[in-house]
Structure formats: structure tokens, C-alpha cells
Design a protein around this ligand. Sequence first.
Ligand code: DGL
Length: 210
Amino acid sequence: MTIGVFDSGSGGRNILEVLEWSFPEFDFVYISDTKNLPYGLKSAELIRELVSKAVKPLVEKCSVVIIACNTATTAAIEHLRAEFPSTKFIGLEPMLKPAARLTQTGAICVCATPATLRSRNYSQLKHKYTRELKVIEPDCADWAGLIERGETDKINLETLREIIRVSSCDVLVLGCTHYHVLKTRLQKLLPKIKILEPSDAIVEQLKNLL
Ligand code: DGL
């Protein structure tokens, strides 16, 4: 069985790695849309158009496609399901539900792209799970571009640490697959903070689906 994995750029490769390790019996095909990234600075309409074009080669080959991109999922997953009804799509959304369960201070920090934070899906998630909580959304607008260019050292994590300290957040949600590469650095910088990213959840979802 061949499973498709899509992201705007290299972020989804972090998910791909975990999937390949967890499902050695399957073949994975990875497609990205690097000429149009970052998606996170684009409108929902444009993201939908780009994703629907970019996933076509995967849909032709694979019955299951993982949208390893929060930005593409929040903007386009319903449209993809409607446009390609015979393909099963698994998407990624910022992990607000587990964050709400884990926080003890009642304050969480969500790092995601501007398009994800603006999306209707994300607002609905927030309304459903974090209505009683303080949700801090720091400006990460240039992170995906910097990560894509290998310039992660230009991301000012000290500012993020200060934001988290001042607002008493005890959970940090990485709501963009590009940001997973920062996890080790972040965990060192914020040893008491729980950092959530969805790799394990995607493995579980794929297991359940199959
Ligand atoms: N990796 C994508 C995500 O998970 C975003 C990167 C981009 O802005 O293109 O949201």
C-alpha cells in the first residue's frame, strides 16, 4: 500500500519520518509545493486552490493522503474531501484539545501560521476546547520561511520564552509542522513547559483508519 504525504514544504518530512518508522510495511510518497510556500501568509481561497492542484498526483496514486500541514488542513481539508471523495484524507490541526486537558495554569501558547490562526476551523477548535483558557498566539509569521531556508538560528526563541513566562503558559502547541525542528531547542529553553506536536496522534489515526 502506498500512502501520500503532503506539505507546502519540508515541515511534513518530520511527520513522514515518524510514519516510515511506524509503518515499515507501507510505501510513502511525499509531495510539497515549495514554489508557492509559505502558505501561511496566503488567503484561505488561494491555499485551497494551491493544495487541490498540488495533491492531484498523490490522489491518483494513493487511497490515503496525509495533509501534514496545519495551514493546508485548516483551509482546505473539507474541500479536498468533497473534491476527491474516493480518497481518505487525514489532516493536522493545532492540538488544542490535549493542551486544554494538560494545562494547570489555564494559559496555553499556540505557535502557528497567520493563515491557521485566522481560519474558521481554528476558531471553532478554540471555541470548543479553550473558551475558559487564556490562549497566547505569538507572531510566528516568518518562521516557516526561515526554517525552509535553513535559517532557524534567526528565530528569536528568547522572545517566545519571555511571552510564555509573562503569561504563565505551561503548555506550548506547535501548530505548524515546520516548527517541529525547533522542539529540542525549545524544550531545553523551556524545561518546565509541555510541548505538543501531532506526530504520535497521526500514527494512531492512520492505524485506526487502516
Ligand atoms: N507546514 C505548514 C503548517 O503545518 C506551514 C508552512 C507554510 O506556511 O507554508 O502549517
